[in-house]
Design a protein around this ligand. Structure first.
Ligand SMILES: O=C(O)CCC(=O)C(=O)O
Ligand SMILES: [Fe+2]
Length: 325
């Protein structure tokens, strides 16, 4: 009780100062800030970047030019600000898409919900026992091709432009979803929730399979990144009915493989499992964040990487705005 009270009083100044940087206390602070108002973490991160990062060494006037990500950044920024997300069909070239798909398919996966069988291996027809399989970041980043893609400046440039803040590379993820027993929906991110792992962050979701009504759309509850009734601000999962009861409309996002969704997932969102038995939906994600304050990610073995790649993973940049797009 006392801890909860202290967290409420202290969460804003602690998040602003950013000390301690990692660990449960800082994570709890960020989660508490987000429970006060969904946009408050972004505001604090914005103030931090203005006042604590003045003279940011990474600030760059470099003209924004993107290598992999084919999009209209001004439109993306406007849509993310207004709706919480922007959908870009054919955002990556067919050859990048093919490479990404084939690299991910080679990597072994881990089931999120234990079926008792502890399956680790490659996705195969008939083996899809549970609703979600994660491709672990450490394994994803063993692929040189994916390192090149993930550590490209594209996501930092686009991310900092869209967020209006300095950003650093935060992480990659990839997962399969299959038809799911509803009792596991919450664990599998298949019920509405808001992500709270950093103060301010942006996700680039890549559809790696074609996604339609029956094949597992990502669903975003429009505008909930800025506007949300008190009853939907808690740190928990929400049912479709709870959203409807509050008059909130959500948009299922359909798209062919190669579609990228840029999303501020501090708004409510979920992944819908496919309705077709044994049909998997595969997503890949790159995340950038204002900084790495909050949860500590699993350590990644970089032994076999080039030194430049290790440096690229750590990069943080602030690319100046609107005139240079
Ligand atoms: O699979 C999805 O569409 C949603 C996953 C999700 O909630 C997340 O990555 O934050
Ligand atoms: Fe999420």
């Amino acid at each position: 009780m006392l801890k909860k009270f202290l967290l409420y009083v202290m969460c804003v100044p602690i998040s602003f100062i950013g000390v301690p940087r990692h660990g449960k206390f800082q994570s709890d602070c960020i989660r508490t800030v987000a429970s006060i108002h969904p946009y408050l973490p972004n505001l604090i991160a914005g103030l931090r970047s203005k006042f604590l990062l003045r003279g940011n060494p990474y600030k760059s006037k470099e003209k924004i030019s993107l290598t992999y990500f084919e999009c209209d950044l001004i439109k993306v920024k406007r849509e993310v600000r207004e709706k919480g997300y922007s959908i870009i069909p054919n955002a990556i070239s067919p050859s990048v898409l093919r490479n990404l798909q084939s690299e991910i398919l080679k990597i072994e996966v881990q089931e999120r919900v234990s079926s008792g069988k502890g399956f680790t291996g490659q996705i195969a027809e008939g083996k899809n026992l549970v609703g979600r399989y994660d491709v672990l970041p450490e394994n994803i980043l063993r692929s040189k091709f994916i390192r090149k893609l993930a550590f490209s400046k594209d996501w930092l440039m686009a991310g900092s432009f869209v967020m209006g803040q300095p950003v650093v590379f935060d992480g990659v993820a990839s997962w399969w979803m299959f038809q799911t027993d509803p009792k596991f929906a919450s664990l599998n991110a298949q019920a509405f929730h808001a992500d709270r792992e950093r103060l301010s962050f942006l996700k680039f979701f890549f559809y790696l399979t074609d996604i339609g009504v029956d094949t597992g759309p990502h669903v975003y509850a429009d505008k909930t990144h800025v506007k949300r009734p008190l009853s939907l601000r808690g740190d928990r999962r929400y049912s479709d009915l709870e959203l409807e009861a509050n008059g909130i409309r959500s948009t299922p996002i359909f798209g062919a493989a190669g579609t990228v969704i840029v999303a501020n997932t501090q708004g409510l969102h979920k992944g819908v499992p496919p309705l077709i038995p044994n049909h998997g939906r595969l997503l890949f994600e790159i995340q950038v964040a204002n900084n790495l304050q909050g949860i500590r990610r699993m350590k990644i073995d970089t032994k076999h990487w080039d030194p430049e790649e290790v440096a690229l993973k750590k990069q943080g940049r602030y690319f100046d705005g609107i005139d240079s797009v």
